[in-house]
Design a protein around this ligand. Structure first.
Ligand code: BGC
Length: 433
C-alpha cells in the first residue's frame, strides 16, 4: 500500500499531489502546439487480411478474444475520421501505415495502397490537420512474421526497404514521422501486463508456425519472443535504417520513435527504479538522441521499492484492467524522456481504457496541467495526441476495452463523441488548460 509519505519520497511528480503551489504562468501552450487524436491501422481500418495479426486471430488456438473483422471500417471511412478530428477542434491526427497492405508479398509494393495513404495525408492537410504518421504500428505482413519477424537477421533491411518505398510516395506532406511503435517493450511486455498471457500467446504463435510450415512465426505484437536480445538488436537497427531511409527521401522531415513509458518512481533505499528504467528504455533513449524528437506513450506509473512494484493505493481510480489512473504520470515521462535524450518530446499516446468517460474527461485536463508545468520548466513539448480517436480493436482483448474519445457502433460504424472529446477539443481550441 502506498501512503502519502511514501509518495512524497517518490520525487518531483508526486510533489504536485502534495499541494505544491501552482505557479502563475501563462496558461497557453506554445504557439503551434499539436492537439490531436491517434489511431493505428490494424485497430481501426478493418479487413487487414495480409497482416500477421489477422492470421493469428483465426489460427487455432488463438489468444485473441475475438477477431478484428471490420474494426471501425476506417479504411473506407477515413474521411469521416478526419472530419471528426477537425470538428472536435483538434489540429493533428496520428495514424499508421499498414505495411501488409503496402507490401502484401515480399518486394511487391501496391501503388493503389500507397495512393490510399497519400489521400489520407492530403485529406488531413486539406482540413488543417498535421499528419503524424507511424510507419509501423506493431503489425507486420504475414510473410514477414513467417520469416521470424524481428528475429530474422534480414528484418532491419526489409523494414528499411519498405520505409524507403513508402517515404518516396508519401513523405512530401507528412508532418512528423515515427518508425516503430513501442519497440522498447518487445520481449519484456509480459513483465508489465497483469496476469499470465505468455503461454497462450506462445501456443498461438507455434500453431501459426505449424500451419505455415515455418520454424518461427513471430508477429510484430508478440508477448512471446524467442530471443528478446536478438529481437531488440534488430528493432534498434531497423529504427536507425528506417529513419535513414525516410531522411534520404526528405531530409527536413522530423523523424522519431514512439516509446512506451511508465512513470517509474523510486521509494526507499535501493529502489529497483533505475534498473527498471535501464531495462525498459535505456537502449532506446540512447538511440533517440540521434532522432529529431522522441515520442512518448504513457498510461500509468509504477512505484518501485527494493524488491519490486508496489500495488496502487486502495483508493486509486482504476481503468478497466484494474490498473491505477494517475494523471501526473504523463508529465513524469515527458520530463524523463527529455532529460535522458535532450530531444523535444511529442506525446504520441496517452489515454485510458474505461467505460466511464468521466475518468477520461478528468484525466485529460489533470494530466495536461502537469505537462504545462513541465513546459514552463523548459521541457520542449511538441504536441499531445490522445489515444484514441474512436473505440477500437484493443489487440488480444478485442473490442471490450474502450480507449476512444468517440464511441463506435460496430454495426453502422457511426462514431459518437463522448463528453471527454469535447473536453479535449475545448483545450485545443483555447490552446490552454
Ligand atoms: C499501443 C496501442 C494500444 C494502447 C492501449 C499502446 O501500447 O500503441 O496500440 O491500443 O497502448 O493499450
Amino acid at each position: 500500500m502506498i501512503d502519502r509519505r511514501t509518495l512524497l519520497a517518490g520525487g518531483a511528480a508526486a510533489a504536485s499531489l502534495a499541494g505544491a503551489p501552482a505557479r502563475a504562468a501563462d496558461p497557453r501552450f506554445p504557439a503551434g502546439f499539436l492537439w490531436g487524436a491517434a489511431t493505428a491501422a490494424h485497430q481501426v481500418e478493418g479487413n487487414n487480411t495480409q497482416s500477421d495479426a489477422w492470421f493469428l486471430e483465426h489460427v487455432q488456438p488463438t489468444a485473441y478474444a475475438e477477431p478484428s473483422g471490420d474494426a471501425a471500417n476506417s479504411f473506407l471511412l477515413w474521411q469521416t475520421d478526419l472530419d471528426l478530428v477537425r470538428d472536435l477542434g483538434l489540429n493533428a491526427y496520428r495514424f499508421s501505415l499498414e505495411w501488409a497492405r503496402i507490401e502484401p508479398e515480399p518486394g511487391l509494393f501496391s501503388i493503389a495502397m500507397l495512393d490510399h495513404y497519400r489521400a489520407v495525408i492530403a485529406g488531413a492537410r486539406a482540413r488543417g490537420l498535421t499528419p503524424v504518421v507511424t510507419f509501423n504500428h506493431f503489425t507486420t505482413p504475414r510473410w514477414f512474421a513467417a520469416r521470424g519477424g524481428w528475429n530474422d537477421a534480414a528484418s532491419p533491411d526489409l523494414f528499411a526497404r519498405y520505409c524507403a518505398r513508402a517515404a518516396k510516395h508519401l513523405a512530401a506532406q507528412i508532418g512528423y514521422a515515427t518508425t516503430l511503435n513501442e519497440p522498447n517493450l518487445a520481449g519484456v511486455l509480459q513483465e508489465l501486463l497483469p496476469g499470465n498471457l505468455l503461454g497462450g500467446d506462445r501456443a498461438m504463435a507455434e500453431a501459426a508456425a505449424r500451419a505455415l510450415g515455418v520454424d518461427l512465426f513471430q508477429p510484430g505484437n508478440a508477448l512471446y519472443v524467442r530471443d528478446p536480445a536478438r529481437t531488440q538488436a534488430h528493432l534498434l537497427e531497423a529504427h536507425r535504417k528506417g529513419r535513414a531511409a525516410i531522411k534520404a527521401v526528405r531530409p527536413d522531415l522530423p523523424v522519431g520513435v514512439s516509446l512506451a513509458m511508465i512513470d517509474d518512481q523510486a521509494v526507499g533505499a535501493h529502489s529497483l527504479r533505475d534498473a527498471k528504467r535501464e531495462r525498459y528504455y535505456g537502449p532506446w533513449l540512447r538511440a533517440a538522441r540521434d532522432d529529431d524528437f522522441i515520442g512518448v506513450q504513457n498510461y500509468e506509473r509504477a512505484v518501485w521499492n527494493d524488491t519490486g512494484r508496489l500495488p496502487p493505493p486502495a483508493d486509486a481510480v482504476t481503468n478497466t484492467m484494474g490498473s491505477e489512473v494517475w494523471p501526473p504520470s504523463l508529465a513524469g515521462v515527458v520530463r524523463y524522456a527529455h532529460a535522458a535524450t535532450g530531444r523535444p518530446v511529442m506525446v504520441t499516446e496517452h489515454g485510458v481504457g474505461t467505460d466511464h468517460d468521466d475518468i477520461r474527461a478528468n484525466l485529460i485536463p489533470a494530466a495536461l496541467r502537469e505537462v504545462k508545468r513541465a513546459i514552463d520548466d523548459g521541457v520542449p513539448v511538441l504536441g499531445y495526441l490522445h489515444w484514441s480517436l474512436i473505440d477500437n480493436f484493443e489487440w488480444g482483448f478485442g473490442y471490450g476495452i474502450r480507449f476512444g474519445l468517440c464511441s463506435l457502433d460496430r454495426t453502422t460504424f457511426a462514431r459518437t463523441p463522448k463528453p471527454s472529446a469535447h473536453v479535449l477539443g475545448a483545450i485545443a481550441r483555447a490552446n490552454a488548460v
